[in-house]
Design a binder for this molecule. Structure first.
Ligand code: AQP
Length: 338
């Protein structure tokens, strides 16, 4: 009996959605915290990955740079190994349903919930004029996720709070209007979900950091990587082990090296046990990053803009077909369609 019921029970379809803002050049933190997870889910899930340009404009962007960064972000997806045969890739503003669902979800989201968001607090801090888009960004992110019946959201740790809010909004809508949305789960790496800034290992690595030594961009030259890793902030203890509180800089380098080479942090600690300076760790991290980035750049150079645009056009068509169905359902539930 039990066997029969488990055999007839259909497994819910697993759908992964995630995105990257074209707010600058994609860095190793975005890659290790997020794109690596995307590569793991593609093929096992219906995967949907977006260049979320509507999110990027929540802080001022130069239109010319935004266009270039949008195309480059999509090219980065492809050069990283995202396969458009297995995953849908598209630019967020090409699917107007994102902005439409955002509006409806905004009408059931409390201001108090939005003010709690850490990213809003960080990005609005020290700014004279705080724009409303920065505050309501997590509602748009909820719309991005909920439009596709997403079960799983592969992201870095900084997005955990936003996914939690998307879950809350989905549950609230379902309670108010009837079951419409799947309540998604975040998928976050145990290691690498928060790569820290090289210049300040107390804060996460960020595309929009003012100091270029904060991050290793996927477009960096070997000389850039060597110089940035050489300058990476560590400590004066002179011994190499993983302790995120006591040794955030060294722990960050160990994490990066471990994820790039596939060696465990435990094994790396053994390798460097006898060393009393950080030169060896820094040299090995530089070599591993340079090897990784030069292979990435080789693939990147071989992808034409026309090829990227082709995949984005097809992806937007596929995404619209899914998104418009969900929006229709929402409009029906809310009494917006006659
Ligand atoms: N430092 C990080 N470590 C691990 N994962 C990270 N992510 C971002 N920074 C790190 C993850 O990368 C994905 C894309 O991020 P995003 O483009 O949506 O924007 P973000 O999270 O705000 O990243 P940035 O680099 O700091 O951009 P700016 O400076 O524009 O705000 C997400 O899954 C994110 O978790």
């Amino acid at each position: 009996m039990i066997m029969k019921s488990s055999m007839t029970k259909t497994e819910p379809k697993k759908i992964a959605f995630s995105g990257i803002q074209p707010s600058g050049i994609i860095h190793i933190g975005n890659y290790l915290g997020s794109i690596q997870l995307w590569l793991e889910v593609q093929g096992h899930y219906d995967a949907i990955f977006s260049v979320v340009n509507l999110h990027a404009i929540t802080v001022p962007q130069n239109p010319k740079d935004l266009k270039a960064n949008t195309l480059n972000a999509a090219k980065t997806f492809l050069a990283s190994g995202i396969d458009p045969e297995k995953a849908t890739i598209f630019v967020q503003s090409d699917v107007p349903e994102h902005a439409q669902l955002y509006w409806t979800l905004g009408t059931i989201t409390k201001l108090s919930e939005l003010y709690l968001m850490t990213q809003f607090k960080d990005k609005s801090q020290g700014t004279e004029t705080v724009l409303s888009g920065l505050l309501t960004y997590p509602v748009l992110m909820a719309a991005d996720i909920l439009l596709y019946n997403t079960t799983t959201v592969p992201v870095g740790d900084d997005q955990r709070q936003h996914v939690e809010l998307a879950r809350e909004i989905a549950r609230r809508f379902n309670d108010m209007f009837g079951k419409t949305f799947v309540v998604p789960q975040a998928l976050i790496h145990k290691t690498g979900s928060r790569i820290m800034g090289l210049d300040n290992p107390g804060k996460k690595m960020s595309k929009s950091a003012a100091n270029k030594n904060n991050y290793i961009a996927l477009t960096d030259t070997a000389a850039d990587v060597a110089s940035k890793i050489k300058k990476a902030v560590t400590d004066s203890e002179g011994s190499i082990y993983y302790d995120i509180d006591k040794k955030p800089g060294v722990s960050n380098l160990l994490t990066i090296l471990s994820l790039i080479t596939g060696s465990s942090i435990k094994d790396l600690e053994k390798t460097y046990r006898e060393q009393t300076t950080y030169a060896g760790l820094k040299n090995d991290t530089t070599t591993a990053l340079v090897d990784f980035i030069s292979a990435f750049q080789k693939r990147y150079r071989n992808i034409s803009d026309a090829e990227v645009k082709h995949h984005l056009d097809l992806g937007a068509q596929k995404a619209r077909a899914m998104a418009s169905q969900k929006l229709e359902e929402v409009y029906e539930r809310m009494g917006l369609s006659l």
